[in-house]
Design a protein around this ligand. Sequence first.
Ligand code: COA
Length: 209
Amino acid sequence: MESPARGVGAPAAVSSAPMVPELDEITTGRLRLWSAGPDDAFRLLRYHQDNWEHLRRWSPPVPDDYLTLGYWERRLAAERGAAEGGRAARWAISWHDDEVARVIGTIGLTDIVRGPVESATVGYGLAAREQGKGVMTEALAAVARHAFQPLALHQLFAGYLPVNEPSGRVLRRVGFQVVGYLRDHIFINGAWRDHVLAQLVEPTARPPA
Ligand SMILES: CC(C)(COP(=O)(O)OP(=O)(O)OC[C@H]1O[C@@H](n2cnc3c(N)ncnc32)[C@H](O)[C@@H]1OP(=O)(O)O)[C@@H](O)C(=O)NCCC(=O)NCCS
């Protein structure tokens, strides 16, 4: 298995020994990945409003109030609870040098399972105008490193639609390998869709904590 850091440039710096490691901020050469809470609802709402036409094609069904402040306040509170419970970890992505921390994308680990598998599923999305600059390659590589240390997961899974070749290329650049093809697996953009399943395994093969 290739290293998750392959081809990625500047290494991630991760803050040390937190009480709740899932809430860590992650910095890379160009990016800041930060944990958004309910107070950040407007920034997340703005990002999703501005990019909904671009993102909806790849999104599962959303509630009617998805593009409202109330929805994002509730959702970010729920995500904070999931992070504190060790079930998920999500980050907003901003340019490192952006003083107002405008949200340009999101990335997260969900379905964190401990024990004999030590796994999580990774998902991400990026503002339309920020594509093609290596942002998600850099963010995903940093999150993979964070997942393996300090979160001590053993493996990450990601699924993408067969037509979403840009997402497949990001995953392969970070070291993910395609391990399966799931038929009618996920309801996205109004229909059950096939999904390509990719996996990244922690290279040292250490036993579960
Ligand atoms: C899929 C998606 C996340 C890709 O994000 P991205 O930041 O544009 O991806 P990257 O910039 O890292 O890679 C795209 C291209 O930029 C190039 N690139 C430019 N500068 C780069 C750099 N400094 N480092 C790495 N790659 C760079 C890459 O070579 C790559 O080209 P290629 O894949 O055509 O060979 C984005 O298009 C998106 O949000 N799509 C809609 C939502 C979505 O699909 N989510 C995932 C569902 S599975």
